[in-house]
Each structure stands twice: as structure tokens, then as C-alpha cells.
Design a protein around this ligand. Structure first.
Ligand code: DON
Length: 583
């Protein structure tokens, strides 16, 4: 068996708010009944923006398949949610192809440039230089999104690229109206756009005032890039005019991504992580994502418990969930990394036998033996509040009339990635290099820590939590699901799946329900504010360091009811997405 890294770091650099706001500011149990999910008899898509959902819906209605529809949606999201993802980011696809029953994944994760160095974000004394891995041109990895899309199109696409990208191009060319929440996101990032002329030119309406709610946001440069890609595909992005401008601009602003890095980028088709949970087959993303391994690992731990015995809003249930999550995330920090560089013990981590061992230690911790150090910061007048609210990254799910399924999660990492628009190409460069462990034990933007397995190396892909997931029952399509939200991606996807399989929730209810999250370090059990104060107190009594905090992760899911054959879909009410079926 593998050694289990149970010792917790003593420092909690990351982290915020308030142990037990529950006790200080009691709030009633408020999880209101969720509305009915969208339904259809022929196919369904759920995305993070109504225009992207509409693009997918039209493709499905025009006879396109799930991959065509996912492509139409994702290119539209590049335009309408540039803070979440874009041409300058990376992504993971999981595809079920009904004709042959296969499930594959496509890894379009960013890779470190050839000139990247392990200590590139440290000063000469070995200290982390604040902001260098999150802001500016050095924060970006070589983008993989377009390459992954080209692979998906080549393998499964039934429509021309120009048709698929039509709505995206039109949204960039003619613009779209910004919603209040989008206006707020643009305004919050405003100060960052001042340093890069190219960012300011697109994002500022006048001087240093960003476009905002009610404005029509037009992106002519992005429209031109999309048109070039529609015509010449991946060649254009990685070797054409777009690549030339990319490399030129990187040199101009001190970035290290070169034309050679772009030309060398390749998407990787990988076997999915496969697990079985209560008779359902779970397929999800393998390394360099940690998502699939830990989703299956946590499900394996949960499987022996009869979850139905619990009230699903009870402290006892959340305790079991939280403990299973904690065990998995402890392993994440130690074992996971790009499999081209480290030997990830996937088989062991996802084995039922290992789950037995982990579960036994959880049982003995029913009253958690080790309570971590307290958090005196909650008694300070200005407690640190560095928790990132994760309204970036985007997950979309599609099932078509033939039973093909796509789960696709895409990202530029944090809001607008590096905040740098790449020359006249009109898209933001990601800041996914921050997903590496830039120094052992140093928390990334999401408070995750790592070790050598996720250290920076040239051409290595940083560890991810993105968890695009497909569920099949008796070989038939059942569900496509996934989330945005940093490490909370894994735990919110997990809880949505368990809500359907164990508690018989419909897909909307499953996604709308309050959630919890534990990521081992820092040692807190985060619970959504809708979870009752009494429940929070009970969790505290059980030994958890509880933080009531708006987790903010965003799930999009679609499924087929095996009994009726009807398609159902839901978007997370925590963000502005929609689900829509073929009419
Ligand atoms: O790959 C990852 O795990 C992160 N780059 C995902 C970032 C994310 O989800 C941002 N938050 N919503």
C-alpha cells in the first residue's frame, strides 16, 4: 500500500473567513425547491451562457451530433465569457461515441514553454515573487484548447467548421449585451488591464473604464481570429498568422512562449479513468487532471456506506463526505502530476481495496481524533479574505439523439487568465502555470499545495482539478456532467452525481443542492451558507473546522432517464447558464 501523507501543513496561508459564522450569524435552512429541469425527447445541452446553449441547441436541431454542438457552444463561450475560458486556454474532453460504445478523453491542457524553469517564479533568495505566476505573460502555458477541438472535430465532427463557428463569429463581430454579473466581473478586473495596451484596447470603453452592464461588447480582433480558425483550423492557430502574432507579442512583453512552442503543441488522446459506482460506470479525466482519479476514489470510499440511510442535509452525511474528500485530496498533493513526467499510481488510487483502507481510518475518526490548530484570525478585526470566488472556468455537457455524449471543461484558470490579450489576436493568455506547484508547499490561487510530482518542467502539463465526467448504465448513456470551481470542481461534480444515484434527485435538484468541500489543506470543511447553523454546529462537534462560505462552484449536467428515454438538463443556479433541449 502507498504511504498516506496524513501530516498536515502547519501554516494556513490561504484562507478566509470565519469559523462558525453559523454560530455568530444564524441563518435558517433555506435550500428552496429547485425548478424543474429542462427536458426534451431528442437531445440536450447545458452550458454556462444562454448564447452558447442556443448555439449548441441549433446545431442539434440542424442534425449535428453532440461533438458538433459542444464545439459550437465552446467557441461561443470564448466570445461571451472571456473571463472563464478562451482560445488562449486549455481544456479536457470526455466523449462517448454511441456507435462503438467507446469512451475517450482528449487532453488539451496547456503545457509549460520549453524555456520554463522549476524556479521561474522565485527570487534569488528562493522566495515566491507575488503575482508572477498569476499575472502577466510569464503566467501563461502554451494553449491547448484549439488543438483539442481540432482533434474532436477530426474524429467525430459531422459539420463544417465554418457552420459550427457561425454563432461564435457573429457574437464577436456584432457583439452581445453584458449582464449585471458580467459587468461586475469586467469592472473588478479593470485595474489589471491598464498595464497591457492590448487588454485595455479591448476591455476599456473609455480611458480606464471597462465595458459594463447593458453595454454591447464587440470584439473585432477576436472575430478575425475566429474567422481565420474557421477557415484553416489548428494550422492557423499553431503555425499561421495567429501563431506569428502570438510569438511576436510574447517577445515584445517579455513572455517566453515561442513560435516553436506553439508548433510543437499536440493534444493527447487518453484512456479515461474508469470506476464503478453502485452499478453505474463512471468515466472521467485522467492525469494531468486529478479530477477523474479522485472522483472515483471518493466514490469508492462512499460506496460501502448506505448513503440512503442519511438525511442528505445532515451533519452525519456531510461528515462522511468531507472525510472521504479529505483523504483523496491528501493523496492529490503527494502523488499527482503529468504522467509523462511522474509515475502516478492510478490503479492503486482508484482500487476498491485502497478505498477499504481509507474508509477504515475514516470510521475510526467518527469523532475526529485530531483537531487541527484553531484559527485565531477569526477574532481579528480584519481577517484575511483571500478566498477566490471561482466564477471562472466553464463546463458544458451535451447528449444527442443518437446517445453520443460530451463532457467538456475548459479554462484560462482565474478570471481573464493572465489578464494579457495576446497582441492583435484578441484573446487572453491563460495563467495556468499557477496550477503547477511553483514551490513545494506554496499554495496556488486555490490554496492547493503540491510537491515534486507537480513541479515545473519544460513541456510538462500542470495538474488540474477539471473533472468532465460521463456516466453509463448497462452500456447506455446516462449522464454528462462536470463543473467549474478550482478544486471544488471535483467535490461539486461528486455531490451532483451522488444526489442522482443515491438520493434519486432530478438533475436540477442534484445541481442546485447546497454543497460542502474539503481539500485536506487547508484543514477546513467548507459548507455552503444554505446549510443550517445547527448542522454547522454538529459538524464542529464532530471535530471539523467549519467555514460557511459561498463555494461558488458551477455545475452543468444533462442526462437520459433510463425508464422514459427522455432527456433532462440543468444549469447551476449559482451562475447564468442554461440548459435547452432539441425542440
Ligand atoms: O485546472 C484547474 O484545476 C484550474 N485551472 C481550474 C480553475 C477554475 O476552475 C477556476 N474557477 N472556477
Amino acid at each position: 500500500m502507498f504511504s498516506h501523507p496524513h501530516s498536515r501543513p502547519s501554516r494556513f496561508i490561504f484562507l478566509a473567513l470565519l469559523l462558525f459564522t453559523a454560530i455568530l450569524f444564524p441563518v435558517g435552512q433555506t435550500h428552496a425547491a429547485a425548478p424543474d429541469p429542462a427536458w426534451s425527447s431528442k437531445g440536450m445541452a447545458s452550458t454556462a451562457h444562454p448564447l452558447a446553449t442556443a448555439a449548441a441547441q441549433k446545431v442539434l436541431e440542424d442534425g449535428g451530433n453532440a461533438v458538433d454542438a459542444a464545439l459550437a457552444a465552446i467557441y461561443t463561450l470564448d466570445v461571451v465569457t472571456p473571463y472563464s475560458e478562451g482560445l488562449g486556454g486549455g481544456e479536457f474532453w470526455v466523449v462517448h461515441w454511441a456507435k462503438d460504445g467507446s469512451v475517450i478523453t482528449i487532453d488539451g491542457r496547456e503545457s509549460a514553454p520549453a524555456a520554463a524553469k522549476q524556479n521561474m517564479y522565485l527570487d534569488t533568495a528562493g522566495a515566491v515573487i507575488p503575482g508572477l505566476s498569476t499575472y502577466g505573460p510569464l503566467a501563461g502555458g502554451v494553449p491547448g484548447s484549439v488543438a483539442a477541438r481540432e482533434e474532436a472535430l477530426k474524429r467525430y465532427g459531422s459539420m463544417k467548421r465554418s457552420r459550427i463557428m457561425k454563432d461564435a463569429i457573429s457574437a464577436a463581430d456584432k457583439g452581445f449585451i453584458l449582464t449585471p454579473s458580467q459587468g461586475a466581473i469586467f469592472e473588478a478586473a479593470g485595474p489589471y488591464f491598464q498595464q497591457y495596451e492590448t487588454s485595455g484596447a479591448v476591455m476599456f470603453k473609455s480611458d480606464t473604464t471597462t465595458w459594463s452592464v447593458g453595454d454591447r461588447f464587440i470584439q473585432k480582433d477576436l472575430a478575425s481570429t475566429l474567422k481565420r480558425i474557421a477557415k484553416d483550423g489548428g494550422d492557423e492557430f499553431y503555425r499561421g498568422e495567429t501563431a506569428e502574432e502570438f510569438a511576436r507579442y510574447m517577445q515584445e512583453v517579455g513572455g517566453i512562449i515561442t513560435a516553436q512552442d506553439l508548433a510543437d503543441y499536440t493534444p493527447i488522446v487518453r484512456e479515461p479513468i474508469h470506476g464503478e459506482y453502485r452499478g453505474y460506470d463512471i468515466y472521467s479525466m485522467p492525469p494531468p487532471s486529478s479530477g477523474g482519479i479522485h472522483l472515483v476514489q471518493i466514490l469508492n470510499i462512499l460506496e460501502e456506506w448506505n448513503l440512503e440511510q442519511f438525511d442528505r442535509y445532515s451533519a452525519r452525511y456531510y461528515h462522511h463526505l468531507g472525510e472521504a474528500m479529505e483523504a483523496a485530496f491528501a493523496d492529490r498533493s503527494h502523488f499527482l502530476g503529468d504522467p509523462a513526467f511522474v509515475n502516478v499510481p492510478t490503479e492503486g488510487l482508484t482500487s476498491k481495496e485502497y478505498a477499504v483502507e481509507l474508509r477504515s481510518s475514516i470510521n475510526s475518526l467518527w469523532e475526529r481524533k485530531v483537531r487541527g490548530p484553531g484559527d485565531p484570525r477569526m477574532y481579528m478585526e480584519n481577517p484575511p479574505d483571500s478566498l477566490i470566488k471561482p466564477s471562472h472556468t466553464s463546463h458544458l455537457s451535451v447528449i444527442d439523439q443518437w446517445g453520443n455524449m460530451v463532457a467538456l471543461t475548459t479554462s484560462v484558470n482565474t478570471h481573464f487568465g493572465s489578464k494579457v490579450i495576446v497582441g492583435s489576436n484578441g484573446f487572453f493568455l491563460n495563467n495556468t502555470m499557477d496550477d503547477f506547484s511553483i514551490q513545494p508547499g506554496h499554495p496556488n490561487a486555490f490554496g492547493l499545495i503540491g510537491e515534486q510530482a507537480n513541479a515545473i518542467r519544460p513541456e510538462k502539463r500542470p495538474l488540474s482539478s477539471m473533472t468532465p465526467t460521463l456516466v453509463l448504465k448497462d452500456g447506455k448513456p446516462f449522464m454528462a456532467i462536470g463543473a467549474a470551481g478550482g478544486p471544488r470542481i471535483i467535490t461539486s461534480t461528486l455531490q451532483s452525481v451522488v444526489n442522482v444515484i443515491d438520493f434519486g434527485a432530478d438533475i436540477q435538484e442534484a445541481i442546485s443542492d447546497p454543497r460542502i468541500h474539503h481539500q485536506w489543506s487547508p484543514d477546513y470543511l467548507f459548507i455552503d451558507p444554505e446549510i443550517s447553523p445547527d448542522c454547522a454546529k454538529e459538524l464542529y462537534r464532530l471535530g471539523h473546522r467549519v467555514v460557511r462560505y459561498d463555494l461558488g462552484s458551477v455545475v452543468q449536467g444533462v442526462m437520459i432517464d433510463p425508464e422514459t428515454g427522455l432527456y433532462f438538463g440543468a444549469a447551476d443556479p449559482r451562475a447564468g447558464g442554461t440548459a435547452a433541449g432539441v425542440r
